[in-house]
Ligand binder design. Sequence first.
Ligand SMILES: Nc1ncnc2c1ncn2[C@@H]1O[C@H](COP(=O)(O)OP(=O)(O)O)[C@@H](O)[C@H]1O
Ligand SMILES: [Mg+2]
Length: 319
Amino acid sequence: MTIALAAHDVFKIYEGKDQRTDVVALRGVNVELHAGEFVSIIGPSGSGKTTLISVLGGLIRPTAGTIFIRGTTITSLQTNQLVQFRREHIGFVFQISNLVPMLTLQENVMLPMKVAGKKGLKKRTQELLSAVGLKERRKHKPAQLSGGELQRAAIACALANDPEILLGDEITGELDTTTSQEVMDYLKDLNKERGLAMLVVTHNEQIANQADRILRIKDGSVLTQRLRDETSTEELYEISVKGRITIPEELRRQVGLERLVEFRTSSKGDHLKLYPSSVKSPPIVTKEPIKASEKICPVCSRTVPQQIIYCIHCGNKIN
Ligand SMILES: Nc1ncnc2c1ncn2[C@@H]1O[C@H](COP(=O)(O)OP(=O)(O)O)[C@@H](O)[C@H]1O
Ligand SMILES: [Mg+2]
């Protein structure tokens, strides 16, 4: 699996007049995003979502921490190198439209491609505008477009240079349910067929739940990661960064645990064992043996290849 983006121990402090007015917007965030993966970010207002997206995409510099994108340490790049890197590899869709007011929609979509010295602009522009349902609006200027149309135009611009990563902040916030799903379906096609890695902030639960993984952020920390249960397309279960998982009720009943208990996990031997720490009960042992070349992620308790440092399921660091 190709890692599209990895962030290690990222902090962002917005400096105030003095230390008391400093705002710590990100507190040691670790994130990993793979090619072809769709991850959504949810969290209350002011929790650091926009800051996280901006820092990960190199729009603002973190106060500390390292960000790798496709093998390049973007936190070490000089500003002009960073600008070029962003243009070639990352597509941004933000709440605030970044369309140029004097240019038509068509010209706006062409602009990033022109700057990057691309060829065949007209065909690609038409393709993009059709995909987001704005072909008829191509001669309009941004002021003549509705909020939803502006948002779709921003998506077309973000995809113009065929980025490997799409970073979005409420990308469908202005769209009605049907249009929003149409745009998401188009993005998900790119995601699954062309391996576009997507990291998207959303308040829309319906969109969040379509992701492979959901990161919940609170007070600048990634709190929990909700993973889709592979055996079911509906059910989600929660794993906290402290390694706490919620055991489904059915499984608890099977092993005779009536109330919530804590488990310690162990990968000794060739099975994963869950030891209830507050109940005298034998450990739950997984049915599938674990291969020697695999280890257990201490956070989400899933098996990962031995050599991996960041869990391929939940993105957390494995020591
Ligand atoms: N440019 C800035 N200068 C100072 N503080 C900021 C700036 N941008 C955001 N913040 C603060 O950082 C915190 C996180 O903000 P933000 O990333 O916008 O959160 P969200 O997108 O989750 O609403 C908030 O407390 C916000 O007030
Ligand atoms: Mg925000």
